[in-house]
Structures are given as structure tokens and as C-alpha cells.
Design a protein around this ligand. Structure first.
Ligand code: AMP
Ligand code: MG
Length: 896
């Protein structure tokens, strides 16, 4: 019994594993104009099958082992279908034909359909399974079909020399050449050893920026299109290859590696590539599966000059070609025994040069046009099949890329966008090969404008105002409107204002004023709201100190921030009724601090963020515009006072003339939260998604007054949005404490499965940048920076840290921007998507490390105090570990 070649073996295993599918179908579609002789065509294909054993080989199994069984010509049950089809139905007919699933154990791996559209126009589809042929088989296939058809039309048999060898001979010869895998001196063993070393610890994925998350199990749904590199660029690529002693293909590959690095794929770039595998002249005329894949791994780190990168690619390619015989499929088995069902093993993006001579189909009496037809599948994330064209004088005439891509991951426009950047990059490196890959401009001018300007077009003229000033404006307009509700009790704007004025006057007497800090150590209450307003009216800034915090933490904050006064319940018990209830009229500048809020930070010591009044009015504007809040609204005071979200709630209520609902005691979660929302007729609530998720199911339909839910503080699951967005506005808001609460706010969300963090809010700009502070293209992950009215002054008493995080904005002269530490990307609609924390993404994947070495590896990672290694892949004999750097052990536990 004849075994399978290694290449066949892998396809056969996939066939067994995944069941018969169209993934490995190779459709060839020819439009035939003229009077086609169907009988001659059918006979001709029969002749070709007689000539090539590979086309009449089936793969039955005996004792679980497949073997090649070459059927006699007479035994072959060749499926030929000839029928009339209306032009309009042709695409559907072709697609259905291309999706035919071969049963390789009993069915020959080729089929044909002849669709007659008019008496003098037909479309022939020859469908071959990849197990019987490859891209380089198309030339002999074309040649032999032409020869046989020509003969059959003339009513004779084709005149051809018998093939010197058949695929079966190659199979046996391949085994002989490579030797026994168990023999350490065999070619096989030597090549395997080379690749095992070369491909150790590959990054798990290197791919284009995806439009959609990768499903756990790939369906290989795909599509294809053709993409052109023009003759001029082609010519210059040839020239660069000549000057650098490389090949056009190496230049194209180096360009792709550089591009993927720039698009966020890391600096260890594995690309798939193919070799014809026809290492002997005798194989050139065979139809069969010879092509072999290999991995070209390129180190793109340290932003090398393109010429240096090209040297690396050249060295790696030459070595790879020397070790091209070992079958890719065997390497996969050895290197990647626990295969992921989510993606192609070892590489996800492949570039293959189709340098086979392109054979023309010239059938006598017919005009033949090849049509590109996708089988609707894609084996890799992206496959670029490249063909160099030359004109009659052999001058470069352009490079054609046939692009096959996974439709599970990408929209066509995104793949085209990446290719356009590839061309842009190639154009720059041919013009100046010494350019560093980090220095190449990937953005077109219009794109740059869109990212930096159009999507940041948030300027609105709003006069600066303090929170107290916003309240006072409302008092002038409607003093009797309800400002505060607690239980059955309600206070009007006028009453709240009067109470705050009296307290403010007392505070002024105690030395409170601009640039002075007052600690407010009170639980969520009416008193707390009045105290905050009073501090602001006195011109001071407030420091919320949660009385529920551990004593140590409170002591630290007070010692660190050194407030002039601590307002707690005891101090507030004081009688201030003797003070006038009119506004003290303290002059406050927009740059004076409004509050200081401590963030725990991801690591280390808490730090006080000093936020001025500058962004308050813009925040109120953004809330009115994005959330539909106004007089008559009822805003829940949910957030703990020690978070800036509580300030957001105050601005939302008092900036719009709404009532602030201050709940009475108790943990505001689950049923209690639901009941408060219902009983108090709350219209606007801001909640972390996890809290909203804890509200009992069904509540979303029983809260008719609830108009708007703002999600904030953490990533929101789409299901939650889907549940709550029916009949009401759900908005995702994003912001660090370092920018007056909010940086961006989404459009009203729907249940379409995506929850962006939205557009920068009024007078705020957002930038998604790479390490060199250059904007990354839309769709590409970078670090999020923010600038604008809301930017904090900095960290109290920490000038160094402030300078580190609040940096000069390269796009706005004289303006600072804040480095959020969050990873994000722009979506095509100009909304931002949150991707994760940058410090949690510190990847140590791909290193061969022992648990004890992790500490050492992480030295130098900014701000990381604790590292936890989690065994991700327990590869026997490989000890591959992935270390996830997490800010604290709690988060580490969550990772597990
Ligand atoms: P803080 O400074 O305590 O307000 O925390 C701000 C951080 O919380 C941001 O930098 C994000 O990492 C995270 N965050 C805030 N809002 C969101 C949101 N809507 N989606 C995802 N993460 C968020
Ligand atoms: Mg916040």
C-alpha cells in the first residue's frame, strides 16, 4: 500500500478532523466564447485524468491508516455536469459548485461543470481538491486540457509522451530522500532540528488588525479579491532588490514584516510562505500537491533601517530554502502538538510568490477568459498570492496580489486598507532604503487630518464656571425647583444654595480660599453635598475622604494632602445659622483647584490628582448634549464621594437644573438599587457595568422612569447593553481621574455587540499613539492620550510623576496631554474602542523562561511591582510559559 505524501497526509487529517469541507477546494473557472464542443471537453478532461494518476487517486483507510489508491481509468467515476444556466443565475451556480465537498476516501479529487449561458457562450468550472494539485499544477493542467481538447475536436487521441514519473513515485522518493525521522543523521532529522530551533517560542499570533474578535473555532469562511502594485513601484522594487542583492519577494516580505510591526503585531514577525516543492525537473509537468509551506521569522525590533531589515530577511530566507524539504505539516505536529482550533498553526499571514509560468488556455475555436472565483473560504487569516507581470520587453509591468482573507476576522475594506499601507511603506523604502521602519509614514494626509482633527472637532465656546457657579445660575432661574431629594424630604435650589452660602462664609473665616484644600470626611448625604458646594463657594478645593476607609488610608491622605481643615460630622454640627445666606462672592480663576481625588494607581502609593475648574462647564455641556439631562430629570447620587464619578453626578444634576437623589444608607446594589431607582423615579443613573449586572433580571423592563443609563469605570459587556438599551438611552463613558471625570462618551448604544467608549467630549481631544507618539491608523491599537479643558493640573506634590504622565502634545503647540495607560483604537465611525490596560499587556510571550526568571525578565518594566506567571501552554519538553504582568495579585487571581 502506498502511503500518503506528508502534504497529503495533513490535508487528509484535516479532512477527517473537520469533516468534508470546501476549505481546500481549488476552483478554476473559464469563460468560453464560441461554439464549445461539450463532448470533446468531457473527453479531454478524461484524457487528462488518465494521464495524471493524482487526479484519479482516492484515499481509503485500512486500520486507521490512509493510503493512496490509484484507480484504473475504467474504474473512474468522473462527475461531469453540463447544463444550461441563465447569466443571472451563474454566480450562484458557480458558488454552489465551488462549495462541493469531496469525499476523499472514495471520490476522485476533481469534478467539472459546464454551464451553458448562450449557444455561443459557456462557463467551465474545473474543481480540484488541493490534495491533488497546487498553484504550480495549473500550468500543466492548462497545457494538457488544451492539448486533449484540440485532439478530441479533431476526433483523435492526444499525442503526448507518457509522464516519466507519477505522484506516487514522488511520494516514495520523498520518503527516501528525507530518510527516517528516527535516524538522527537523516535529512529529515537535520531539517527538523533546524526548524525546531528556528521556530521555538513563536508568538501565538501575528496578523492584520482585526475587525472582529477571533472565534474559538475557525470556520475558514473567506473571500478573495485582486490587488495591484503598479508597474512603477514594481520597477523600483526590482531595482532595490538588485542593489541589495535580494529578490523582489524578499523586499515585499520585509515590507510586510515592517508593516505588521507598525500595526501592532509586535517585533517577532512570523509570515508563512510557500515553495513549489518541485525540486526535480521531472516533477515540473505533474499535477499534484508538491507545494510546501515554511515560516519566515523576522526580528523587527529596534526599528532597523529598511536595508538592515532586508539583510535579516535575506539571511533567514536563504536558510529557509536550504531546509525546505521537511514537510510543514510534520513541523506543525512537532512544534505545536496542542493545536488551536482558532487559527492556522505557526503563522496566520502568508505571502506566496506564484512564479510558475502562467499558461494560457487557448482552446481551438474558442475565446477563453479565466475568471477569479473564490471558494468562499480562507485557510489563513490572510494569504497574498503574488504574481509578477512583465511587458513584452521583459520590463516590470506590475505585481498582482490575489488576496484571500478570513471574513470572520476582517471586512474587505480593512484588508484593502492594510494593503494600501503596505504600498505606502514600500514606496517610501524604495525611495529611501535607509529609512528606519519606525520612521515610515503610514497615514495619508487626509487620514491624519481625520484622526487628529475631524474626530477631535469638539470645540465649543463655554464660559468657564465652577460647580457652585452652575448651581447659582440655576438658583437665579428657578429657585424653587427641587435640587436634592433624600427619602421623603426635598430641598429646593434656593435652600441648598442658602445652606452652602452660610457654611462657605464660616469656611472663609477659617482661612479657606483659592489654592486651599478642605478635607470632607462625610458619608453620602445632603450634608456632604452642601459641604462640597460650600468649599467651592469659599474658593477652595475639596478632598473627599471616605469615613469608611481604613484609618491608615485616611491618615495617609490627610498627611499627604495637608488640607487646611477637615470637615467631618463633628465640625458640621457647629451652628452657622448666624452667617448671611448670600453668596460670599469669592473670585475664583478657572485654574484654581476644585478637588483633589486620590487614585490608588495600578501600583504603589496612592496619589492625589489635582483638578481645576477649567473643565467643569465643558463637562456639563457634554452631559446635556449626550445624555439628555435637564430640568425635571432626577439624577441618582450613586458613586462613593471619594471617586470623581460623584463629582460627575453633581455636575449632571446642578448643571442642568435636575434633582439629585441622595439615597439613604445601605449598600446600593441588587434589589436595593432597583427599588431606589423605581421608588425615587430616577431618570439618569451612572453605574459600573458590574453593578448594573447585579440588578435583578427583569428590572430593565419595570423601570419606566429610567431614561438614561451611563456605564462607566470598566469595560461593559455587550449583553448588558443589549438588555438595558431597549427603550432607553444607554451610553458608555470613559475617563481617568486625571481628566475632569470624562474623556469620551459613546453614541447611544444598541445591541449590535460592540460597546465603544465613544467620541471625545466637549473641548477634549483624544489621540491613539504608538511608542514614538505618532498616531496609529484607525483600527490599530495604540495608547490613548487625552488633552483639553478637563486635564488635571497634575499630582499633588509629585512634580516628577506629573511630568511623566502629562507630556507635551505633539499636535497642539504649548498644550499638555495625559498618557492614560489605556490601549484603544479608533473605529471607522470615529468612536474609540477600549482594548485594555497597557501595563496588563506587557507580554513576555515567546520567551523560553523558567518561573524563577520572570522577575529578571520584567526588570525595567515601568511601574510593575508584582509579576505573576501563569502557565499558558503546557508543552511537554518545551517549558513554554506566558507571564502576565498584573498590577496586583487580585487581578492575577482574576486572570486564572
Ligand atoms: P480612574 O482613574 O479610577 O477613574 O480609572 C480610570 C480607568 O478606568 C481608565 O483608565 C480605564 O482603564 C478604566 N475605565 C474607565 N471607564 C471605562 C470604560 N467606560 N470602559 C473601559 N474602561 C474604563
Ligand atoms: Mg473615573
Amino acid at each position: 500500500m502506498i502511503p500518503l505524501s506528508f502534504a497529503q497526509r495533513r490535508l487528509w487529517f484535516l479532512h477527517k478532523l473537520e469533516g468534508p469541507s470546501a476549505t481546500y477546494n481549488m476552483p478554476l473557472t473559464l469563460r468560453l466564447k464560441g461554439d464549445v464542443n461539450a463532448a470533446a471537453l468531457q473527453a479531454a478532461i478524461g484524457d487528462v485524468m488518465a494521464r495524471h494518476e493524482s487526479l484519479r487517486t482516492v484515499f481509503p483507510e485500512a486500520d486507521g491508516e490512509p493510503h493512496q489508491l490509484v484507480l484504473d481509468t475504467e474504474q473512474v467515476d468522473f462527475r461531469w455536469e453540463s447544463r444550461a444556466v441563465a447569466e443571472a443565475d451563474l454566480p450562484g451556480a458557480l458558488e454552489a459548485a465551488a462549495r462541493h465537498t469531496f469525499d476523499l476516501s472514495s471520490e476522485v479529487p476533481i469534478r467539472a461543470w459546464l454551464f451553458q449561458i448562450h449557444p455561443d457562450e459557456s462557463v467551465l468550472m474545473l474543481l480540484m481538491h488541493h490534495i491533488a494539485g497546487d498553484g504550480w499544477s495549473m500550468a500543466p493542467l492548462a497545457r494538457d486540457v488544451v492539448e486533449a481538447y484540440t485532439a478530441r475536436v479533431e476526433r483523435r487521441s492526444p499525442q503526448w509522451d507518457e509522464l516519466p514519473v507519477q505522484y506516487v513515485d514522488y511520494t516514495l522518493w520523498q520518503r527516501e530522500l528525507l530518510g527516517e525521522e528516527s535516524d538522527p543523521d537523516s535529512v529529515f532529522s537535520q531539517q527538523v532540528a533546524y526548524w525546531m530551533d528556528r521556530l521555538a517560542n513563536l508568538p501565538e499570533q501575528v496578523t492584520f488588525p482585526a475587525d472582529r474578535p477571533r472565534p474559538a473555532v475557525a470556520s475558514y469562511e473567506g473571500a478573495s479579491f485582486a490587488y495591484e502594485l503598479d508597474a512603477e513601484l514594481h520597477g523600483r522594487l526590482v531595482e532595490l532588490a538588485r542593489r541589495t542583492n535580494t529578490t523582489v519577494f524578499m523586499v515585499l516580505q520585509a515590507g510586510m514584516a515592517a508593516l505588521l510591526t507598525r500595526l501592532g503585531a509586535g517585533t517577532d514577525i512570523a509570515l508563512g510562505s510557500g515553495v513549489a516543492g518541485r525540486t526535480d525537473e521531472g516533477l515540473d509537468d505533474l499535477i499534484g500537491f508538491f507545494v510546501n509551506m515554511f515560516v519566515l521569522r523576522t526580528d523587527t525590533s529596534d526599528s532597523p533601517a529598511f536595508t538592515d531589515l532586508l539583510r535579516r530577511v535575506r539571511a533567514a530566507s536563504l536558510e529557509a530554502y536550504e531546509h525546505q524539504d521537511v514537510p510543514f505539516e510534520r513541523l506543525v505536529e512537532l512544534l505545536n502538538p496542542r493545536r488551536s482550533t482558532a487559527h492556522h498553526p505557526l503563522f496566520q499571514v502568508a505571502l506566496v510568490l506564484q512564479n510558475a509560468a502562467t499558461e494560457e488556455f487557448q482552446l481551438p475555436g474558442l475565446q477563453v477568459e479565466a475568471e477569479v472565483l473564490s471558494s468562499g473560504t480562507s485557510r489563513f487569516d490572510v494569504l497574498l498570492s503574488l504574481t509578477e507581470h512583465h511587458d513584452k520587453t521583459q520590463r516590470p509591468a506590475g505585481i498582482e496580489a490575489l488576496v484571500e482573507y478570513s471574513t470572520e476576522l476582517f471586512d474587505r475594506a480593512s484588508v484593502e486598507g492594510v494593503l494600501a499601507r503596505w504600498v505606502r511603506l514600500l514606496e517610501q523604502v524604495v525611495a529611501d532604503p535607509s529609512v528606519r521602519i519606525g520612521g515610515v509614514e503610514l497615514l495619508a494626509e487626509a487620514e491624519r487630518r481625520q484622526l487628529l482633527t475631524s474626530w477631535n472637532d469638539t470645540a465649543v465656546e463655554v464660559p468657564p464656571e465652577t460647580l457652585a457657579g452652575l448651581l447659582e445660575a440655576r438658583v437665579r432661574r428657578a429657585p424653587d425647583a427641587t435640587a436634592l431629594v433624600r427619602g421623603g424630604e426635598a430641598l429646593s435650589y434656593g435652600e441648598v444654595n442658602a445652606r452652602a452660602n452660610r457654611l462657605a462664609r464660616w469656611l472663609i473665616g477659617e482661612g479657606v480660599g483659592p489654592e486651599r484644600l478642605v478635607a470632607v470626611e462625610l458619608p453620602r448625604s445632603v450634608d456632604l453635598v452642601v459641604a462640597v458646594l460650600a468649599v467651592l463657594k469659599a474658593g477652595g478645593a475639596y478632598l473627599p475622604v471616605d469615613p469608611g476607609y481604613p484609618a491608615e488610608r485616611r491618615a495617609f491622605m490627610l498627611a499627604d494632602a495637608r488640607p487646611v481643615l477637615v470637615l467631618d460630622e463633628a465640625v458640621l454640627g457647629r451652628d452657622v445659622s448666624g452667617f448671611p445666606d448670600t453668596d460670599p462672592g469669592v473670585g475664583v480663576e478657572p485654574e484654581h483647584p476644585a478637588y483633589v481625588i486620590y487614585t490608588s494607581g495600578s501600583t504603589g502609593v496612592p496619589k492625589g490628582v489635582v483638578v481645576s475648574h477649567r473643565g467643569v462647564a465643558s463637562l456639563a455641556h457634554a452631559q446635556a448634549a449626550g445624555l439628555g439631562v435637564g430640568a425635571g430629570s432626577r439624577v441618582l447620587q450613586f458613586a462613593s464621594p471619594s471617586f470623581d464619578a460623584a463629582f460627575w453626578e453633581l455636575v449632571m444634576a446642578f448643571g442642568s437644573g435636575a434633582a439629585l437623589v441622595v439615597p439613604e444608607g445601605g449598600r446600593l446594589v441588587g434589589e436595593v438599587l432597583r427599588d431606589v431607582l423605581g421608588e425615587q423615579g430616577v431618570t439618569h443613573v451612572t453605574l459600573p457595568p458590574s453593578v448594573l449586572g447585579g440588578v435583578p433580571a427583569g428590572a430593565e423592563a419595570s423601570l419606566p422612569s429610567l431614561e438614561c443609563v451611563v456605564l462607566a469605570g470598566e469595560a461593559a459587556p455587550p449583553e448588558l447593553v443589549a438588555r438595558w438599551s431597549r427603550g432607553r438611552r444607554v451610553v458608555n463613558a470613559y475617563g481617568p481621574t486625571e481628566s475632569t471625570v470624562c474623556v469620551s462618551m459613546s453614541d447611544a448604544l444598541s445591541d449590535d455587540g460592540v460597546v465603544p467608549i465613544g467620541r471625545p467630549v466637549t473641548n477634549t481631544r483624544a489621540y491613539v499613539l504608538d511608542e514614538a507618539l505618532r498616531p496609529v491608523p484607525a483600527g490599530v491599537v495604540g495608547e490613548l492620550y487625552a488633552s483639553g479643558a478637563g486635564l488635571a493640573r497634575g499630582y499633588a506634590g509629585r512634580a516628577g510623576l506629573t511630568a511623566e504622565r502629562f507630556v507635551a502634545c505633539p499636535f497642539e503647540p504649548g498644550v499638555r496631554m495625559y498618557r492614560t495607560g489605556d490601549l484603544a483604537r479608533w473605529r471607522a465611525d470615529g468612536q474609540l474602542e477600549f482594548v485594555g490596560r497597557a501595563d496588563e499587556q506587557v507580554k513576555v510571550r515567546g520567551f523560553r523562561i523558567e518561573p524563577g526568571e520572570i522577575e529578571a525578565l520584567l526588570t525595567g518594566v515601568d511601574g510593575v511591582r508584582q509579576a505573576v506567571a501563569l502557565v499558558r501552554e503546557d508543552v511537554p519538553g518545551d517549558q513554554r510559559l506566558a507571564a502576565y504582568v498584573v498590577p496586583d495579585l487580585e487581578a492575577a487571581a482574576a486572570c486564572e
